[in-house]
Design a binder for this molecule. Structure first.
Ligand code: BDR
Ligand code: CA
Length: 403
């Protein structure tokens, strides 16, 4: 396990000149405040979101709970729209289950997929970009811009998960190289551009280490502040995978995760954590995979191959759709039960680095008696899920594609 020795030059000298340049920019921005502060209106929303507390006394304990601002939240309810689709951007490390998520986001009529940004994670960045383009090509979504972002975490060394996802990072299906090519912009620039161009606040769905998102928050805070919502796959209240304590995405870049949660507090961006407590519940079977393949469509062949691979990999008759559940939660909010609680990311710890500390104590939020003295992010943490409903949404969406 790597320790936080703060190698400040690491981002500059890692063989990835662009990341190094960006990392340097982040440091400069953090130190001298390169970009203008957020607009006053945004600042007021942020302040309201952070400081509005309800004080309750029970059994001698003062409890302070954040309360929702009165009235409609303009971020979540931007007003009447002619297009009722939810505008989304995915940040991915494709990845078998990221591929499942891309299929859902690219094919479901309730979502308006505006862009996809890539980050090193499950596989090295170049593989992630190729896999992402392969999926969007199969889905017929050549209109969606795809950009490469960070090849490595902010401080940690890159550690991929090809032992889980296959040597190409996406199930080794032997698919031809995509004809689509990536957008030349860096992922952070693409994120900024699509956020600023959108008439409605976007939902950002990070399904990977949050390096790109953290860089966006530091380099373009005004754009970050315009986000309607972040729904990220990562962490876990009770469940872990990369280590006994931590989930892969947060473990891979804990500084980025901590920074993003912090930025959500600062800019008043609502944030939902779709973590490992619910991640494994939406299951698709080998029989479903066979039916997908029999559909005779490019999407069916790809989706069936992905599920089959994971069933074989884990010697099981079923496989989770993983990251796709986070996308499905936008479409089926009633299927995912969340609780708003404080969440911090462990950045130290010999054996716990990268763990999300989800404060489920019934007096959580009592800042008067918090020995850390720092207000944590209040996060809507997914703790329960209707797995079959979510799996069924994915299955029907990909099954129906291309017919
Ligand atoms: C997460 O890690 C990756 O392997 C998956 O794509 C998912 O985003 C689960 O811990
Ligand atoms: Ca992922």
């Amino acid at each position: 396990m790597a320790c936080a020795q703060l190698p400040l030059g690491a981002g500059v000298d890692d063989g990835d000149p662009l990341t190094g340049f960006v990392a340097l920019g982040v440091l400069l921005a953090a130190v001298v405040g390169v970009e203008d502060p957020p607009q006053p209106a945004r600042a007021r929303i942020a302040t309201a979101a952070v400081t509005a507390y309800r004080v309750v006394s029970r059994e001698g304990t003062r409890r302070r709970y954040p309360v929702a601002p009165t009235g409609r939240n303009p971020r979540l309810y931007p007003g009447p729209m002619s297009d009722s689709r939810i505008p989304v951007v995915l940040d991915v490390d494709t990845g078998v289950d990221d591929a499942c998520a891309l299929l859902l986001a690219g094919l479901h009529p309730g979502l308006d997929l505006r862009a996809v940004t890539c980050v090193g994670g499950n596989a090295p960045l170049a593989d992630v970009v190729r896999n992402t383009l392969t999926v969007l090509e199969a889905a017929g979504r050549s209109d969606v811009p795809v950009s490469a972002g960070s090849a490595r975490p902010l401080l940690e060394h890159p550690v991929d998960a090809r032992h889980v996802h296959g040597s190409d990072g996406m199930a080794d299906l032997g698919m031809p190289l995509p004809r689509l090519t990536p957008d030349p912009r860096h992922a952070v620039d693409l994120l900024k551009a699509v956020i600023e161009a959108s008439p409605q606040p976007l939902t950002l769905v990070p399904l990977a280490p949050m390096t790109n998102v953290a860089l966006l928050a530091r380099m373009h805070p005004q754009a970050f502040a315009q986000l309607g919502r972040i729904v990220f796959m990562g962490g876990g209240a009770q469940v872990s995978n990369a280590t006994a304590a931590a989930e892969f995405n947060v473990f891979h870049d804990p500084e980025a995760a901590a920074l993003v949660l912090d930025a959500c507090v600062e800019h008043g961006v609502p944030v939902t954590m779709y973590g490992l407590d619910v991640f494994y519940a939406p299951l698709v079977s080998r029989a479903d995979a066979a039916r997908l393949r029999q559909a005779g469509t490019p999407v069916g062949a790809l989706a069936g191959g992905l599920i089959d691979f994971m069933c074989r990999r884990f010697e099981s008759d079923t496989a989770t759709i993983g990251d796709a559940g986070a996308v499905a939660s936008l479409l089926l909010p009633e299927a995912v039960g969340t609780t708003r609680v404080p969440v911090r990311v462990e950045l130290m710890g010999s054996w716990t680095r990268g763990r999300t500390i989800v404060d489920l104590r019934d007096w959580s939020g009592d800042m008067d008696h918090d020995p850390h003295g720092l207000a944590p992010a209040m996060v809507d943490v997914a703790l329960s899920i209707d797995g079959p409903a979510v799996a069924n949404l994915w299955l029907t969406t990909v099954m129906g594609a291309g017919r």
